[in-house]
Design a protein around this ligand. Structure first.
Ligand SMILES: [Zn+2]
Ligand SMILES: [Zn+2]
Ligand SMILES: [Zn+2]
Length: 240
């Protein structure tokens, strides 16, 4: 899916459409990284074949606020609307109203251009001035997001089973997508540091084994050079 690959998307549908109640879409919304905007298309010039404004409430879902901000605050100021039901010259009116008005296309294209400018190697702001950017995927968490997950609060490693893996505000976790690892070593299971006592130092059971080996540079054989999945590599996407 676009989201897990860190790509961008924009989805248009009538407000309250069945599409938005699908489980997969609810899951997408729950990740908290989806932006939503709802607006009346008459504000963007949607018209009936007779030239009357058409009130069609529309919802856009997108991966970035950049794609949606132009659709915020749009209002219907119409005195009359054309009708959406029935036919016109042998075509259903609702079908004719599915064509996006020109203004709406323009706002989507403007959003895309702004987004591409931000993602390019030489990003520029709206004023054309160069802009700094962080490389890589869109963030999983907003800037300044608070992590109330108990394991996150005490800085447990990402694979600690104590993490909630939640994206809800009450117990949000920094590592929602990380597979937990149950360490069989009692000291590891109790969350002790690698230098504390009580570690079994058994390969595959004890995290301290690999951590200590790494710290002192005493790797005994090639097989022991397995990266500890519990220690995030630098640039771990889940930390952004
Ligand atoms: Zn209107
Ligand atoms: Zn956590
Ligand atoms: Zn251990």
């Amino acid at each position: 899916m676009q989201v897990t690959a860190g790509r961008h998307y924009i989805i248009e549908n009538p407000r309250g459409s069945d599409l938005f109640t699908l489980t997969v879409m609810k899951t997408l919304l729950r990740t908290g990284v989806v932006k939503v905007a709802t607006f009346p298309q008459c504000a963007l010039g949607l018209q009936s074949p007779e030239g009357l404004p058409l009130l069609k409430w529309t919802t856009l879902w997108a991966s970035s606020e950049v794609l949606l901000r132009r659709f915020r605050g749009l209002q219907c100021n119409c005195e009359v609307h054309g009708k959406m039901e029935g036919g016109y010259c042998g075509q259903r009116r609702s079908k004719l109203a599915q064509v996006w008005p020109y203004e709406m296309c323009k706002l989507i294209v403007a959003g895309l251009i702004e987004l591409l400018a931000k993602l390019s190697s030489f990003p520029v702001g709206e004023d054309g001035a160069p802009e700094k950017r962080r490389p890589g995927r869109p963030r999983l968490h907003e800037v300044g997001a608070e992590f109330k997950c108990p394991a996150c609060r005490i800085s447990r490693v990402s694979t600690d089973p104590g993490h909630t893996r939640s994206l809800d505000a009450e117990d949000r976790c920094r590592y929602p997508g990380v597979e937990p690892i149950e360490w069989r070593c009692p000291a590891c299971a109790a969350g002790k540091g690698p230098m504390e006592d009580g570690h079994s130092m058994v390969k595959g059971e004890c995290r301290a084994l690999e951590t200590r080996t790494r710290a002192f540079g005493k790797r005994r054989d090639a097989q022991s050079r397995i990266r500890d999945p519990a220690i995030p590599a630098s640039g771990d996407a889940s930390r952004r």
